[in-house]
Write a protein that binds this ligand. Structure first.
Ligand code: SF4
Length: 478
């Protein structure tokens, strides 16, 4: 497997490589655009969608502010229904718990439904090291596992690959006939996975929601593999991040209406499974249910009053699909399992600020993420908070020349902003100067440092031919 550990501070190098890769750019462009437009259409159909978002926000606020109470209530509810609760403070503890349960069940193989928490704790690597083979059964995760990579997106793990790439991968790894037809590719994966479900004694899932009131694990999906993983094997293990709780069963409707529409633009995903305890006499399903409640940095996030809002996230992926930075640099540039705007928030929290202090700066702060977030997380605001914290506690090393240039330009800017005549003069000079380098409204290359650093990676929009004040005056004078 590639990509052990966190490499989030290499975001610039990785982003640069991604920007040079036209094939990758097209894969991200087409997939994010599809999800983005589907979301827009799905949201428009719902009267009162904004009120629904507000309700989602309030419910997550209620849970996160009273997490101790709801965790205790959830644990009681699960155990009352015959399930077993395990508490894992770290990734290592969570892996060790899963390993022990699998070993006790005599498992040499484990079938897995899609769970980002298992990616986060690097469970596959831990199981493999213990001689237990994990099989990913979600199509995207299956593809990612075959390619030895990490998910590129929270909802669509193989977003970075086109169907031609997947066909090549299947031909190389499972010796199938080449085909570009998505249905045929799905059938190939299904055939490769089918027998694993009936063989593996342990099935592992995550949880989209965990209902404190009833101890219900809620899983939503489109493929049916989660239902297989959680019902066919004798033992079901659910890995649950502690922020996944919702208070009451009646609140579930709010989140089900928000998640499908925001994530994939569906009214509802195809399957919604509600699992409350292991099977009872006369029922199909697992004999044992183990719920592993995972902290792994979440309690530390809770300790920061501002940042705890990041724990409201329901992992819909909408902020990734709308983010102009994610769309260009792709998921792997973020250097860990969570990418895009939410990745820039939670990676520094879960892995330590020093490991990911560049991420809060990987944003244009345009606010598109805040506009689409179904639980109204104020992502730009939290990014600004993290930027300040990063500067204070784990500043990014900068060459002396860049430090001086940044400080001087900020001072000049502040000076000019307080003196309208200086600002007007500087703008006029800049407008005059850009005549020599701007073409069709864009500046492709500035020859002098520090602006040359900016144009080395991107184009700069040229200043408008007339300032706002000049245009305002023209209109008023008419
Ligand atoms: S931050 Fe909001 S938009 Fe982004 S994945 Fe989480 S819930 Fe979805």
């Amino acid at each position: 497997m590639s990509g052990h550990g966190v490499s989030s501070n290499e975001i610039h190098q990785k982003a640069e490589r991604a920007l040079q890769d036209a094939h990758l750019q097209e894969a991200y462009r087409s997939s994010t655009l599809r999800l983005y437009t589907h979301r827009l259409a799905a949201v428009e159909e719902v009267p009162g969608f904004q009120a629904l978002r507000q309700r989602g926000h309030e419910l997550k606020h209620e849970v996160i502010e009273n997490l101790d109470f709801y965790l205790a209530q959830f644990a009681d509810s699960v155990e009352r229904r015959g399930g077993k609760i395990h508490w894992a403070v770290t990734a290592e503890e969570a892996c060790a718990i899963v390993k022990q349960i699998a070993e006790k069940a005599g498992a040499r193989e484990v079938v897995k439904a899609k769970t980002m928490v298992s990616e986060e704790i690097e469970l596959n690597q831990a199981l493999e090291a213990a001689g237990i083979q994990p099989f990913e059964t979600d199509l995207g995760e299956f593809i990612v596992q075959l390619s030895g990579d990490r998910p590129a997106h929270i909802v669509a793990p193989a977003m970075h690959l086109t169907r031609h790439d997947v066909s090549d991968l299947f031909t190389r790894k499972i010796h199938s006939e080449p085909t570009d037809v998505p249905e045929k590719l799905t059938a190939i994966a299904r055939k490769a996975l089918r027998e694993k479900f009936s063989r593996a004694p342990v099935g592992l899932s995550g949880a989209n929601y965990a209902v404190a009131e009833t101890g219900t694990i809620v899983l939503i999906e489109n493929e049916g593999n989660i239902r297989f993983c959680t019902t066919a094997p004798r033992v079901h293990i659910a890995l649950v991040g502690i922020e996944k709780l919702i208070p009451r069963f009646a609140d579930l409707g709010v989140f089900l209406r928000l998640l499908g529409r925001s994530g994939t633009g569906q009214k509802m995903t195809v399957y919604t499974s509600l699992l409350t305890g292991p099977s009872r006499p006369g029922e199909d399903g697992p004999e044992e249910l183990h719920v592993v409640l995972v902290d792994n940095g979440r309690i530390a996030t809770l300790a920061d009053k501002k940042m705890r809002e990041a724990l409201y996230c329901i992992r819909c992926g909408a902020c990734l699909n709308t983010c102009p930075v994610y769309r260009k640099i792709g998921g792997h540039s973020y250097g860990w399992v969570y990418s895009g705007p939410i990745g820039a928030l939670v990676t520094p929290q879960f892995t330590g600020l020093a490991n990911a202090n560049a991420l809060p700066f990987a944003s244009s702060l345009c606010g598109a993420c805040r506009e689409v977030c179904p639980v109204k997380i104020n992502i730009p605001d939290l990014l600004l908070h993290l930027r300040a914290e990063s500067q204070e506690k784990a500043p990014i090393p900068q060459p002396k020349q860049a430090r001086i240039a940044e400080r001087t330009s900020m001072r000049l800017w502040a000076w000019a902003m307080r003196r309208p005549w200086a600002y007007t003069m500087a703008s006029s000079l800049a407008r005059f100067g850009q005549r020599f380098i701007a073409r069709k409204g864009w500046i492709r290359e500035v020859p002098a440092y520090p602006a040359s650093q900016w144009t080395a990676g991107r184009d700069l929009p040229a200043l408008a031919p007339k300032s706002f004040r000049e245009r305002w005056k023209e209109i008023s004078d008419k």
